[in-house]
Write a protein that binds this ligand. Sequence first.
Ligand code: NIG
Ligand code: FE
Length: 418
Amino acid sequence: MSEAVDLLIESAGRALFATAEGSSASEESPRTVPDATEGLSVACRGDRIVAVGPASELAGRFHAARTIDARGRLLTPGFVDSHTHVVFAGDRSGEFIQRAGGADYEQIAAAGGGIRASVRATRGASEDQLYEESLPRLQRMLRSGTTTVEIKSGYGLDLETELRMLRVARRLGETTPMRVVTTFMGAHEFPDDRRDDRQGYVDEVIESMLPAVAAEGLAEFCDVFCERGVFDPEQSTRILEAGKQLGLRPKVHADEMAATGGSEVAAAVGAISADHLMHTTDAAIAALREAGVVATLLPGTTFFLGKESYAPARRMIEAGATVALATDRNPGSCTIESMLFIIGLACLRMGMTPAEAFRGATLHGARALGLDGQVGVIAPGASADLIIWEAPSETRLCYEFENRHRRTVVAGGQIITD
Ligand code: NIG
Ligand code: FE
């Protein structure tokens, strides 16, 4: 007698990062199903994958309430967008125009715009307003294939608003089929009224905000913008070490505008990831690799800011670093929400291969969130997060990255209709 499952995805022509029971999914290359007439099937029960294997074998083992015919199609894990600032109020389209006219991101920030403009708008929004403004962004991301998303605070820069942002992020995880992972980023900028008392603000992050975030269990990670004009390596280290004491794993915004020590801080504190890395040196790349820090690259930000200094992805991969890709979706430096667009940029501007780029957007994104084996792979026991593409290969998708390919997204076992 065959076993009942909720969903059977049948006979995919090609699958990325898929493994059957028993074998390791970790660095599995994209696999072409050996017998093209047979294809690969995936069985899901509830929010989990229960089996992955040849179509005929699974057809014999299971009967399903719903089936999806994936013949001739590519099957990938749902995207893991491991770096976003998607909860915020207002917009900064005025800065977009200023930049188009030649102004620079850092100049705009120094003049009181940038992150501080979003802080003013976010402080003025109620929890419900913040939720309502952020929800459509998440829904669009989900429809485009993102099934796991990390969300940072950092547009509050005071206790109350930081907590409100994280509660909204948690609520988005509870009310959508997406898995939401949260990061406290009280050290995103110095607020308007604390610019002459920077150490005082660092103390406030450590003594007041971090303990409150930890007490409410509102975040898994603690992030810092370690950059010229923002938090220096010493301040960053203090904050990240304090977070660690409370069980929040460190992440670092590092070397985005210049090489200012962020990568070295990430390696020294044992961060789970260092992100941006547009100006990282070879020595810092080696330090990241040695310390097992995931290098999370955000080429959408480089593109959106009109810069040419893309992160040296090839040098990182050749040095043996683990490279993840994410959108950085935020109101100021990158409004791109589609992981496929980011993958296309990674190939075109950073020389990544389609397989490397998809690995960065799935498997390695999961590693940057400590969710190895749980998301970003097609394997028994992993979350039932999949994309069935109306395209035959990852190369075709990269080549046509901006085309609106039809896709069926499965998130936590739920089929999302576009
Ligand atoms: O990752 N670098 C710091 N934070 C964001 C920018 C956020 C903003 O401009 O609002 C980033 O680029
Ligand atoms: Fe960011």
